[in-house]
Design a protein around this ligand. Structure first.
Ligand code: NDP
Ligand code: OXD
Length: 309
């Protein structure tokens, strides 16, 4: 049994070690592979070149190294009929929950304002607001969004979630579909985007969306950069409709040096690090799924490429 691995260089060795520890009988080849393509049964990849996975005639499953599969769905030459599996693993989920809590608390406790005050040597208290009085809205109540919602609710925030299909979740106000978007936005003083990037969600963080939020709302954009219409966000920040933003993902990554987001005083930016797949825990998840397939059971977390997530 052989798996082809295309990871970033930094984590390549960690993946090799973790996969071998979980499944000693599996051979792991690094990308690019110049051996016999017929040997490869599984691919574990991030951003393969367009059409490249077609070269492997015995591929049984393509595992995405990340939760998002837009890097695969955007390839019109993916091999036909080979299931694509998104990454669901406890390390990635825990990391995202940490980042959401960190970012929500940053805006809830006015840390952008205090950073500006520190820069200007201003000693001024800003009245505190109880978590229960702070409305937080999460776009995307999937694996990552729902865990973050539960943890924010445990902090005492007034949490709502928006998804495509109806959901019920104790302690969380839920909204769905086009009809649910306006009422959801109207009650989101802190808006978090944890949607996948699909044709339907591209550009969803636009002037109309920002105008529907309470004035001065904070935006935490951690799904994909192409959710954001950047010119609309800059206008909303400059007008005060958006009071502050934590931006982890961008339309162009790395963010070009001329982008105004690098220096905007109301923006905290990070280089697509809200969460990362952790090879040790992720290897267990991938190998468990491969074992399911080999035992004749259905794979878990297969994406619907037609839907885009
Ligand atoms: P899931 O597939 O588990 O969840 C996606 C959620 O989005 C679901 O609740 C789904 O609704 C909802 N959704 C999808 N399309 C729409 C739509 N058109 N309207 C309303 N809701 C919609 O994904 P994950 O939680 O695992 O991951 C979410 C995204 O987070 C990833 O796709 C990736 O882009 C991003 N990510 C970013 C990282 C970073 O470091 N910045 C790290 C990891 C992930 P429903 O439940 O009804 O299907
Ligand atoms: C992603 C990830 O999808 O890193 O961004 O998992």
């Amino acid at each position: 049994m052989a798996l082809l691995l295309k990871s970033d260089i930094e984590r390549g060795d960690a993946w090799q070690r973790a996969l071998r520890a979980c499944e000693p009988d599996m051979t792991v080849h690094d990308w690019p592979y110049d051996g016999d393509p017929a040997e490869i049964e599984f691919a574990l990849v991030w951003g393969p070149p367009r059409g490249a996975l077609r070269d492997f005639p015995n591929l049984k499953a393509i595992f995405s190294i990340g939760a998002g599969i837009d890097h695969l769905a955007s390839d019109p030459e993916l091999p036909d009929g080979v299931p694509v599996v998104r990454m669901v693993e406890p390390g990635l989920t825990a990391g995202m929950t940490e980042f959401v809590i960190l970012s929500v608390l940053t805006h809830h406790r006015f840390m952008l304002d205090y950073a500006i005050q520190q820069r200007d040597k201003v000693w001024r208290e800003i009245p505190q607001i109880a978590a229960a009085q702070r409305t937080v809205g999460i776009m995307g109540l999937g694996v990552l969004g729902s865990e973050a919602a539960d943890k924010l609710a445990a902090f005492g925030f007034d949490v709502a979630g928006w998804s495509r299909s109806p959901k019920e979740r104790p302690g969380i106000a839920t909204f769905h579909g086009d009809a649910g978007l306006a009422p959801f936005l109207a009650r989101s003083a802190i808006l978090i985007c944890l949607l996948p990037l699909t044709p339907e969600t591209q550009g969803i963080l636009n002037a109309r969306t920002f105008a529907a939020l309470p004035r001065g709302a904070a935006l935490i954009s951690i799904g994909r950069g192409a959710h954001v219409v950047e010119a609309d966000l800059l206008a909303a920040l400059d007008s005060g409709q958006i009071g502050g933003a934590s931006l982890d993902v961008f339309r162009d990554e790395p963010l070009p040096s001329e982008s105004p987001f690098w220096t905007h005083p109301r923006v905290i930016m990070t280089p697509h690090v809200a969460s990362m797949t952790i090879p040790d825990s992720a290897a267990e998840a991938v190998v468990a799924n491969i074992r399911r397939l080999r035992a004749g059971q259905p794979l878990e977390h297969v994406v619907d490429l037609g839907r885009g997530y």
